[in-house]
Design a binder for this molecule. Structure first.
Ligand SMILES: NC(=O)c1ccc[n+]([C@@H]2O[C@H](COP(=O)([O-])OP(=O)(O)OC[C@H]3O[C@@H](n4cnc5c(N)ncnc54)[C@H](O)[C@@H]3O)[C@@H](O)[C@H]2O)c1
Length: 263
């Protein structure tokens, strides 16, 4: 984005996925308040309604964004995602990973036109134990095999694996995108109060475990969607003009507490 005197950013055109609820809705509101033009893709309540779990949906999303932003994009945020508890586990690799990287790849020429910046919403679960076979399938782009493996794997490692692959994809592609002036970064939120976490928190089977989990966060609270949105706004802005290829943990200190010596 172009430099402005206050260190922030001039109004820009920003595309994003997952803007209907939760973290994405907070990002959409914060950026719209700052005067940016948002083009929102989601499966519901969006400028472009598209199902990012299918290649047809991703193509429709790309075509819609291209039609709206012919002059180029200043930013892109991949926020759409499903949790590890979703009944159809094949959605986890398809939405969380392919729905993000396929769109970003397709939007690369539009981002290059404006030397834009992209932020992928990963998770602080990304460094956790997962199947490396699964992560390698994602990184190799083999969606059919990743979906097939997902059908017979537990949801939670599938979720953390999808978020690990997303962060690794971002880092692997940082230099190539930077060569066109595009900054890539990721945000790794910790537990954040949204419809995604609410459904689990309200389940009596998990209520106690969630309470203990929240009590273990060093800052002693859950994240709010706005905490994550402010980090995204920063990464897109010119205040972050030399921040490139970073995974920014926004998790009240949880990752640092759990993995103090690994970064
Ligand atoms: N809430 C947390 O604690 C937490 C922690 C770490 C990372 N995240 C990540 O943050 C992002 C936002 O999650 P949230 O907590 O706001 O949840 P959410 O359920 O409120 O938001 C997810 C959004 O993705 C959209 N979406 C889901 N499937 C889609 C599909 N097939 N096609 C298009 N859009 C689809 C939903 O409609 C919704 O708007 C996700 O990527 C999630 O994995 C959340």
């Amino acid at each position: 984005m172009a430099v402005s005197l206050d260190g922030g950013s001039r109004m820009g055109t920003i595309a994003m996925t997952g803007g209907a609820t939760g973290i994405g809705a907070a990002i959409r509101e914060l950026l719209a308040e700052a005067g940016h033009r948002l083009i929102v893709v989601d499966i519901k309540a969006a400028d472009i309604n598209a199902d990012l779990s299918t290649s047809a949906g991703r193509e429709a999303a790309l075509a819609g964004i291209q039609a709206e932003a012919g002059g180029g994009l200043d930013g892109f945020i991949a926020c759409a995602g499903v949790s590890g508890s979703v009944p159809d586990k094949a959605l986890i690799p398809s939405v969380n990973y392919f729905g993000a990287v396929n769109l970003l790849d397709g939007l690369r020429p539009l981002l290059a036109l404006r030397r834009g910046s992209a932020v992928l919403i990963s998770s602080n679960s990304a460094p956790m134990d997962t199947s490396q076979d699964y992560v390698e399938l994602l990184l190799s782009g083999d969606e059919a095999a990743a979906r097939e493996l997902a059908e017979r794997t537990e949801g939670h490692p599938l979720y953390s694996g999808s978020k690990q692959a997303l962060a690794r994809w971002m880092r692997r592609n940082t230099a190539a995108y930077a060569g066109q002036g595009i900054r890539l970064n990721a945000v790794a939120p910790g537990y954040t109060r949204t419809p995604m976490t609410e459904s689990v928190a309200n389940d009596p089977a998990y209520a106690d475990a969630i309470k203990q989990f929240l009590a273990s966060i060093p800052l002693q609270r859950a994240g709010e969607p706005e905490d994550i949105a402010r980090a995204v706004r920063y990464l897109l802005s010119d205040d972050a003009s030399f921040v490139c290829g970073s995974v920014l943990f926004v998790d009240g200190g949880h990752d640092a507490m759990l993995r103090p010596d690994t970064f």
